[in-house]
Write a protein that binds this ligand. Sequence first.
Ligand code: G3H
Ligand code: 13P
Ligand code: ZN
Length: 333
Amino acid sequence: MVSYKEIGLVNTREMFAKAVAGGYAIPAFNFNNMEQLQAIIQAAAETKSPVILQVSKGARNYANQTLLRYMAEGAVEYAKELGWEHPQIVLHLDHGDSFETCKSCVDMGFSSVMIDASALPYEENIALTKKVVDYAHQFDVTVEAELGVLAGVEDEVSAAESHYTKPEEVIDFASRTGCDSLAISIGTSHGAYKFTPEQCTRDPKTGRLVPPPLAFDVLHEIEKKLPGFPIVLHGSSSVPQEYVDEINALGGKLPDAVGIPEEQLREASKSAVCKINIDSDSRLAMTAAIRRVFHDKPGEFDPRKYLGPARDEMKKLYKHKIVNVLGSDGKAE
Ligand code: G3H
Ligand code: 13P
Ligand code: ZN
């Protein structure tokens, strides 16, 4: 049993309370490899933004849970080396699918876990979430739960359609589970294809797809029911069209990829939404940069020569999200 406190990580409790009160959101960036982690930490250190490092099931399968946890420990020291005196870094399990997975993360030093039982019937979601909360809270580890189902694929939880969170359920759910934050469904979804072209309109000037707006009415109803309670948005990549165009121009094939417009995320950040999950945008930044190197320098075969530019591009993206979208810069001086 290792406590996250011994390795310089923090949980989300104080971070979220400040974010809700201050009208900004904490970035939750997924990482699977060293370059993503370096880019996240450099961006957070340079902007003095609190940050959540997220580990998904896919990441655990790809890179190994133990290795990722030690990388996060290294990240705290790296942040200090970069001149960030008091780094505020959370190591979070993204979409935990069982009590055992959540427990193993708590036991090895994660400071926050998500139990995603959103696909289960309501009472089963409550029972499993409460079991995780009861365990995690003994070690001051915070727990994110989910109510409502996002469209698309949530790791292994698959749903063709989203089911918005029902505001009438949130008080009962939060009080009976004791969860610290709640992921809700208001129209976001995972991946780079958040809406079909049929669900969108087209901007007549640019020909680009314009997605339907998020259900802010549902968000506001939830806020009224649970004043000040930390709300989380998954599936919040914006799918920057510059990256999509670059990838497609350099041999890629991402037709009609579309995300959540950044203005809507900016608006959500001002509300009780205090954690915004972004993964796909980082994948797009990395892919665009690597394709650029392969295109411009076909003789290049040193991975550092294409992973380095990819890291720089991701860092630029993370800083942009922190400063221009979530407003978390300067909140962890
Ligand atoms: O929740 C979805 C995240 O983007 C993680 O996806 O399981 O492919 O790493 P992944
Ligand atoms: P995106 O696919 O929109 O980046 O969402 C990531 C996410 O919600 C991770 O849990
Ligand atoms: Zn998610």
